[in-house]
Design a binder for this molecule. Sequence first.
Ligand code: UDP
Length: 331
Amino acid sequence: MTAKKRVLITGAAGFLGSHLCDRFLQEGYHVIGMDNLITGDIRNIEHLYNEPAFEFIKHDVSNYVHLPGDLDYILHFASPASPIDYLKIPIQTLKVGSLGTHNLLGLAKAKKATMLIASTSEVYGDPTVHPQHEGYYGNVNPIGPRGVYDEAKRFQEAITMAYHTFHGLDIRIVRIFNTYGPRMRLNDGRVLPAFIGQALRGEDLTIFGDGSQTRSFCYVDDLIEGVFRLLHSNYVYPVNIGNPDEITIREFAEEIIKLTGTAQKIVYKPLPKDDPMQRQPDISRAREVLGWEPQVSRSEGLKITYEYFKSLPREELYRKEHNSFEGYIKR
Ligand code: UDP
């Protein structure tokens, strides 16, 4: 029997990281999950504890990463990813995208592993091109509230490409658009858990701005499939993965009201600075290179996600923040 391929997944206790752990274990890999549990939640991977092909290491990848043994792949998914998270921990956000990526690139080079980085639609900033294709260079405010995330991810792409061109490292770059599904943090501030949480608590739904801004929501299983295919391709340039089904935030709030049957109304709050007005992935590259496109419609995905949030213990609805996060933001 040949030995299992070994994959390191950073951000393993997070929303996407935990789904990736599940998928790679199902596919017969040995998975090493790493997370510092600042925004991740250990409960997302508790079901893997007795799995012999899974190990977990609590570590912050912004510090030197030591890992004995062989390694075939690194998937770098560690980062705060919600705007309110990176407003609260801006320096850590910058560090994990820059120093963290550098450490992992060094590890990948030493182990001759393939390195896949989780980039983001945020590299396009508040886009002036619509829909966004990979050749668009973006419209980012480096010193705005989102700059800490956007610029860390842009630097991450640059240093990863430099390791490819200079050291010949095998790399993959996925630009992830808004993704949703079970294991999102109910209180992470993003629009979908925010609206569903409000509906479940019997509060009004808060729309920021007039709700005319757009987003395009991809169900997590589709995203994971896209990442899996990209890793096993030999394509080293950025690939957008997301669902092109675009919707305004106002229409989205109405969909959530219908889905949850809440009697609450919509209230309007100020639009945060640099909030992108429109976002929709052009996925022609993913279609061509990976033969990938999303399979799960928003109505199907929302139903599954709503059932998940409903199944959580009621006190989760009122928990202000994830525990391990609280100590961290004290000054
Ligand atoms: N939003 C909203 N109400 C909320 C939370 C978010 O109207 O309670 C809006 C937000 O201003 C943005 C969109 O929903 O225009 C998506 O926000 P999210 O934080 O999910 O992620 P983003 O795509 O902005 O990174």
